[in-house]
Design a protein around this ligand. Sequence first.
Ligand SMILES: [Zn+2]
Length: 392
Amino acid sequence: MRRTLQRAFPPRNVFVQPVGRDGTGPQPSRVLARRRKLCHGRRGQDGQDASRGAVRQMHGVQMAASEATWPGELPAGLGDAGHPPRAELHLHLEGAVGLATLNRLGARHGLPKLAESDLRIACWADSQRAFEHVLARLRTGQDWFDATLALFDRLAAEDIAYAEASIMPVVHAELGLPFAALWPGLRDALAQGEAATGRRLRLLFAVPRNAGAAAGFATLDCVQAANHPAVVGIDLAGEERADTILPFAPVFAEARRLGLKTAAHAGEFGGPERVAQTLAALAPDRLHHGIAAAADPGLLRQIAAAGIGVDVSPRSNLAFGAVGSLAAVPVAAMVAAGIRVSLSTDDPALVGNTLPGEILLLGDTYGLDATAARAVEENAWRNAFGAGGAAP
Ligand SMILES: [Zn+2]
């Protein structure tokens, strides 16, 4: 397995490079009524969610981005805890499976019990080992069902109303779990988790950059095999320092033709030139990390002018060794440049972070005032692919 992983997961691995609205919920509260007002004019005529729009696009029925709608009402009380409704966009499902869940899955497969120290990373070199533990325990559709339901529990615990999680189907297939066996567990957990918690989870299928364009097209095949409204986009991850961007241009073009949104990891370990190349070659809708862009003021202006959302994960950058301190993550500079910055955890089970904890950094570490910090929180809704572009 190690050799397979090394092929599939280059250093700073692929995941992290590695990789419901239901209408039957509680009756609307005053807060919900207010949210409806905020959503007025954005909801589709039929009330269907934005990701269904993506599927319509996949079937050739075009839908303008401005018609995308928040995918349903929130349960009463959600987001009433003194903060805006939270959304998280840069979250690898494989890096979000907590220790207790991993040990439950591991026992199923006769694997040794893990300790916290097996999972947490304190430097870049730790990530390969940690992800090996995770991948060894995500071996069946049932494992994916359990891991996905556990993610819904995390969303509820952190009061996250909407999340987009990346998964990397081609890597799991290479490790012996074909997408056709993985997907039913994930799909069923999406329905059950949304019904149980009211949280919305949408999916990006991630492409391991080091695996080449063929893996990109194989990933698009998985999107089409799933044919599910929760799958809203693709995400290019993996080793960005190698010159591996150009081959993915046709993959991104095909994704757009299918009506999918596109994200790309760039500017985490690579320099500003990698960010510039990614923008030029792939024209992604959203960048993940992107922090290296701060070294080039012209590039910052370009990203801001293009209206490209950049989702930043400071504690992940520190844990993986992309920066030497939290203060070195250029959140304030990116915000000052007018970039639509949002925050996420990236791989919370490995980094040991939470979304509320990342949000606290805005004032404590990056010196943003309350208005600017709140704008960053709300940017998560603007940068989201399946949430309609505005907080509910
Ligand atoms: Zn990531």
